[in-house]
Design a protein around this ligand. Structure first.
Ligand code: MCN
Length: 794
């Protein structure tokens, strides 16, 4: 069942399930991705990448490659010595030492992971440059490799010798009296929770087309963050920022992996400037698997204490976070994002998260959908079920006992993070209307008698999104070197058509539709005549782009405020034209009309006509265009309750998801259809991690899962149709009352799947298991439990 088709109470466009405006071009092959773009005299780039996971570069011989027909140049790291600096890492938390080795776009003296680029070949033919790259002869002196983060923390070999350690940093967030919490606990549960490494795996791999001409640079790149890329290109290339334009055309998914400033972007621009011709590079899938940043990869030692009645008294988490070989844009920040919601939706009086970042000889990690919050949610939700089992309590009951009550909002957690709004009983209650637990337990019992091992798992989550408030994300807060606002510009044309510019940079989320709905309602027009422009730094104001489910709560609110400014100006113009008082003008049925005399009014087109004919009140500027920068006071905290039902085959260990029910609350809905799409994608992402996907390196640092044959992505064939429902608890943080939804499914689902598998396996003596719940891992856990006659397997 779904609430998606309910009409909104307001009668406007917001709250309606409009079909996405962008879809016709996307599904009829009319959209333009990087690989559809070509420029006259365009050259192609191919990279020479390290086959070694850790090695000194002894020599590079480019002569054979350079001599090939059509090759214009071969560059190595030393050729790029005029770059103004290495690739950026933008997290500088006050008082925390972060070891940050220079990370050059082309390796200079050594390589630190498989795929590290050592040279680039530029030539006329897309395929000939790949052949030529194979002719570049690189002599490496292999060095000892470390891939296991726990081993890396114990000592040598060191990924970066100069530090004499593999530890990147330590960071903690705590609140409440942990010792007292554990002292009053009747049970204490400790587990080792492994959240393995995953890939972003977008449909479109990365790609760039750089064009430097007449002192200006234009880069087309498949990115989530064109404004960040422009800033760092200007800095690294020593150019004035207004001479750099970055355009993200259609982006075929990012899932966090395109929230980055990548070396290939810098190199293509540098080469274009050097050679005076456009340069294009399209990433192969194998490259994407090896060198596009990956995510998760945390090992947590969790400890939760609770009283006999189920009240959780303390939660302590120690995380070892595998950062791979370098810090990328936000690498060390990612586990900290999880720490902000480590207490989940529970009133836990003492919570502490201690994070240690570690270098290993693997591809760097950074934000992948959820970025730290899926890991935290997994820790708290799985551990809570373990505590419930220890106490012989029902998983529903233990959650209810610990929920932050709805009248406590805005609610400060133990760590001082203030949750904006929530009603956790509401979403759980709604979930239980869909899932009859008593009936499920009876069926489960009956099925077991027939040899079917069915289990159910819950995940009641809250997350932190709407990544913004500068006071928290900026240098004075957690230390990202960027303000957290978002911009908007609304331009009403002479005819009343509207073009809006947003600094958010959507790449599959449906912004063009949802944002048009918001503006349409504030201006009394049809969303069809509202065009949403994004992803081009050459148009619209400065922007902060798309990640952290921020676009609606920050970018959408910015647009709403901007449209309200237009509406206010329109009212003043109408009042002037109709000789009424501005406060008597209301927007009603698509017209700015005089209250009480609906026949006396003007449409937006008529207002725009007056504004451009300068028929405006004395002292008012002509035209109908406004700009807004909006920086919220707080994050927003969506929440929900998910249930997963699985069948486990005890003979093979294969897990099948037979039912998935999700009740989410992202505040007021702008477009329920889009919300459902986001939740669908999010849940699949997490089920993928729980059951199938794992980036795996062997001990020598070789990537074992370099293709989609080895890295298994779930498809519709493996999954049931999801059952979605929604409640609406508005946030007081913004005027839309809306929170984010882009990552919620991913944040919630892996714990629900894992708890379901454990529930199914309990009769076989398995009480705990870590992801990925592959047939082999599950089968081993069952066998081990049989041998031990019941016990914990990890
Ligand atoms: N929305 C809504 N009502 C709400 C909340 C959201 O109608 N109350 C709509 C928004 O208007 C927007 C969409 O839902 O159209 C998602 O909005 P939001 O939650 O603000 O998230 P963002 O747009 O900032 O998207 C970022 C988020 C992240 S962080 C990742 S990663 C991710 C994701 O979105 N990557 C995606 N969803 C993705 N979807 C696609 N197709 N491709 C990706 O790469």
């Amino acid at each position: 069942m779904s609430v998606t088709d309910q009409a909104p109470a307001s009668g406007g466009h917001v709250g309606r399930s409009l079909r996405r405006k962008e879809d016709p071009r996307l599904i009829t092959g009319r959209a333009r991705y990087i690989d559809d773009l070509a420029l006259p005299s365009m050259l192609w780039a191919a990279f020479v990448r390290s086959p070694e996971a850790n090695a000194k570069i002894v020599s590079i011989d480019t002569s054979a490659a350079s001599a090939r027909p059509g090759v214009h140049a071969v560059f190595t790291g030393n050729d790029l010595s005029d770059l103004e600096g290495p690739l950026p890492m933008a997290w500088v938390p006050p008082g925390v030492e972060v070891k940050n080795p220079d990370h050059w776009p082309l390796a200079r003296e050594s390589v630190k992971h498989i795929g590290d680029p050592v040279a680039v070949v530029i030539g006329e033919d897309r395929y000939a440059v790949v052949d030529a790259a194979e002719d570049v002869s690189v002599e490496y002196e292999p060095l000892p490799v470390v891939t296991d983060p726990e081993a890396a923390l114990r000592g040598a070999p060191f990924v970066h010798e100069q530090f004499g350690t593999n530890e990147v940093h330590q960071w903690s967030l705590s609140g409440g009296d942990l010792d007292a919490g554990f002292a009053e606990a009747d049970v204490i549960v400790e587990r080792r929770v492994v959240n393995h490494r995953t890939a972003g795996a977008p449909i479109e791999c990365r790609g760039v087309l750089a064009d430097y001409r007449a002192g200006s640079l234009t880069l087309h790149t498949s990115t989530q963050v064109p404004h960040f890329v422009r800033l760092f290109l200007a800095i690294l290339l020593g150019m004035s920022e207004e001479r750099v334009r970055v355009i993200a055309p259609e982006v075929g998914g990012g899932f966090g992996s395109k929230l980055q400033v990548y070396g290939e972007e810098v190199i293509a621009c540098w080469c274009s400037r050097k050679l005076g011709l456009p340069v294009k590079w399209i990433e192969t899938r194998s490259e994407n698997m090896a060198v596009t940043h990956q995510g998760r990869d945390q090992i947590a030692h969790v400890k939760m204490g609770a009283k006999r009645d189920g009240t959780v008294t303390a939660f302590h988490v120690k995380i070892i976070a595998d950062f791979g070989a370098y810090n990328m844009l936000l690498t060390p920040l990612i586990p900290s994002l999880g720490a902000f919601v480590m207490g989940g939706c529970y009133a836990i009086p003492a919570v502490q998260t201690d994070i240690v970042g570690v270098f290993t000889n693997k591809c760097p990690t950074d934000a992948i959908r959820g970025a730290g919050r899926p890991e935290a949610t997994h820790m708290v939700e799985v551990t809570l079920d373990q505590v419930a089992a220890e106490l012989g309590m029902d998983p529903v009951e233990i959650r209810r006992r610990n929920f932050i009550p709805k009248d406590a909002f805005p609610a400060a957690t133990a760590t001082g993070v203030v949750y904006d709004s929530g009603d956790y009983e509401l979403t759980l209650g709604r979930l239980l209307e869909h899932v009859d637990m008593d009936a499920f337990r009876r069926d489960q019992e009956a099925l077991r008698a027939q040899g079917v091992y069915r289990g159910i798992g819950l995940s009641t989550y809250t997350e932190i999104c709407g990544l913004a408030p500068s006071r928290i994300t900026g240098p004075g807060g957690v230390g990202v070197q960027a303000g957290g606002w978002e911009s908007a510009m609304v331009r009403v044309h002479n005819t009343g058509a509207v073009t809006v510019y947003t600094g958010s940079s959507g790449h599959g989320q449906g912004h063009e539709t949802a944002f048009a709905q918001i503006v349409a309602d504030r201006l009394g027009v049809d969303p069809a005549v509202v065009e949403v422009m994004h992803g081009d730094t050459g148009t619209g104001p400065e922007g902060r782009n798309t990640y952290g489910s921020r676009s609606l709560a920050v970018g959408g609110e910015s647009l709403a405020r901007c449209a309200t400014k237009i509406a206010e100006k329109s009212k003043a113009i109408v009042a002037h034209q109709l000789e009424a008082a501005p406060e008597d003008i209301e927007l009603r049925d698509g017209k700015f009309s005089v209250r009480g005399s609906p026949e006396k009014g003007m449409t937006l087109a008529e207002v725009a006509g007056a504004a451009y004919l300068n028929l405006v009140p004395d002292g008012m500027e002509p035209g109908l265009e406004e700009t807004t920068f909006y920086d919220p006071e707080n994050f927003v905290f969506p929440f929900g309750a998910h249930a997963c039902v699985v069948d486990v085959d005890p003979e093979t260990g294969k897990v099948k998801v037979v039912r998935y029910v999700a009740v989410d609350d992202c505040g007021n809905a702008i477009n329920p259809l889009i919300i459902n799409g986001q939740i669908h994608g999010g849940i699949v992402h997490a089920i993928g991690q729980a059951l199938y996907e794992r980036v795996h390196y062997d001990e020598d640092g070789q990537l074992v899962t370099g293709t989609f044959v080895d890295y298994a992505l779930p498809t519709a064939a493996e999954l049931p149709s999801f059952e979605l429902d929604r409640t609406e608890t508005p946030t007081p943080v913004n005027s839309l009352g809306a929170k984010g939804i882009g990552e919620a499914g991913t944040i919630a689902a892996s714990a629900a799947v894992t708890n379901a598998v454990i529930d199914a396996l309990r009769p076989l003596g398995v009480s705990y298991i870590n992801m990925p719940l592959s047939p082999m891992r599950v089968w081993e856990a069952i066998s081990q439990a049989k041998d031990q006659n019941g016990g914990v397997s990890a």
